[in-house]
Unconditional design. Structure first.
Length: 392
């Protein structure tokens, strides 16, 4: 059924379709509408779930942790400072291997205090052991939530998934979204039926104290599951395409000619605008392309190297900054190419859109022209890290 929805409401419909047993909620802008709409579904009898109103984001994740360990499908949503507040529990959930799914409405961190968009919140959580999937639009957000449960609950994976969607640009902006029928999702996603659950009649211990003689092996098992997830994410995307009739690229998407001279790598909603610039520049005879990262963790070195093969210059656009060095995505892309492409393209970092700053079409075009060597960026030419749209 096609409906005119904002991204938050689209996500709530996805949650209704996957039928979680427990939803733990603490409201924070810009995701509040998600948990409000889910509360409406429960109150109206459209979703049979326990709705736990908690006093903090830390407790929201703790409730999901307990619910998932007890055998219930669990969901929550957060953003920015809320994600930072639940950081301790993120590591517990991934380390104990319970397949919670969470939506993060990407929002810049304070201070200075702000409610607007960038990716710093989820980038800071990239090493907590969660799979991270970044979406371009609200339709992809809905479909990715559904896919996330099938990825997370796979017995070979058992790893929580964070679906990352841009604040306001997606969470609050309305677009036409195709909401699948419940019976189609039932055919795609089996009920959650874990092998190990908390059960008084069959006592088990979750997250016991671990000595040095055992701890490292747990972490290696997590990493092995992440590596297996590279293939599972692709398989689930293909399965969803067959079942529902709508396919999203599993790990990355290349948009533009295969033999592009220069390529921009980016994540999130900005990729829609970059695609428009790619179309325009190719129409004008310039061979440029976009590589959109959908799965940031796990990070597919193989797919990225294949997509960038033959490019003479690569620009990585980061809506985040690892202070004292560069953007996080840039660091990962550059490391992926090292030793894998010969000759390797020059890789430049363009940092912009922080704190909700708009990234204009003209600025994206300037990045492509800068990579082509046709336009300079003032005094930033001496650095491989270049800031876009700074007001001085």
């Amino acid at each position: 059924m096609k409906m005119y929805l904002n991204g938050n409401t689209a996500v709530a419909h996805a949650v209704r379709l996957v039928k979680p047993g427990v939803v733990a909620a603490y409201p924070i802008t810009p995701q509040t509408v998600i948990v409000e709409k889910i509360a409406d579904f429960i109150a109206n009898g459209e979703l049979d779930a326990q709705y736990i109103k908690v006093e903090s984001e830390h407790t929201a994740m703790a409730a999901c942790y307990g619910a998932s360990a007890a055998g219930a499908r669990a969901f929550t949503a957060t953003s920015s400072q809320g994600l930072a507040y639940m950081q301790e529990m993120l590591n517990y959930v991934s380390g104990v291997r319970v397949p919670v799914v969470m939506v993060v409405g990407n929002r810049a961190l304070s201070g200075p205090w702000t409610i607007w968009l960038d990716h710093q919140d989820t980038i800071q959580a990239r090493d907590t052991g969660w799979i991270q999937l970044y979406v371009e639009n609200s339709q992809e957000a809905l479909d990715t939530i559904i896919q996330a449960y099938k990825i997370a609950e796979n017995p070979e994976i058992l790893t929580p998934v964070m679906v990352c969607m841009d604040a306001f640009v997606l969470t609050h902006t309305e677009e036409v979204v195709d909401v699948p029928e419940a019976k189609a999702i039932d055919a795609f996603l089996s009920p959650y039926n874990p092998e190990f659950v908390l059960d008084a009649n069959n006592p088990l211990t979750f997250s016991f104290g671990t000595p040095p003689a055992l701890y490292m092996e747990f972490r290696v098992l997590q990493e092995q599951a992440m590596q297996r997830a590279l293939g599972i994410i692709k398989e689930v995307a293909e399965d969803y395409g067959r079942t529902i009739g709508r396919y999203w690229p599993g790990l990355i998407e290349k948009y533009g000619p295969e033999d592009a001279e220069v390529v921009v790598v980016a994540m999130g909603s900005l990729c829609g605008t970059i695609k428009e610039v790619v179309d325009d520049l190719n129409y004008r005879g310039k061979k440029v392309a976009l590589v959109r990262i959908r799965a940031y963790r796990p990070f597919s070195v193989t797919d990225i190297c294949q997509a960038l093969q033959g490019a003479r210059a690569v620009g990585v656009f980061d809506r985040d900054l690892s202070f004292g060095y560069a953007g996080a995505l840039y660091t990962d892309v550059k490391a992926a190419l090292y030793g894998n492409l010969n000759p390797a393209p020059r890789v430049l970092n363009y940092v912009g859109g922080l704190g909700g700053r708009d990234v204009r079409v003209e600025e994206i075009e300037s990045i492509f022209l800068n990579l082509l060597g046709e336009q300079h960026m003032d005094q930033q030419e001496q650095s491989d890290v270049r800031f876009v749209g700074v007001r001085w």
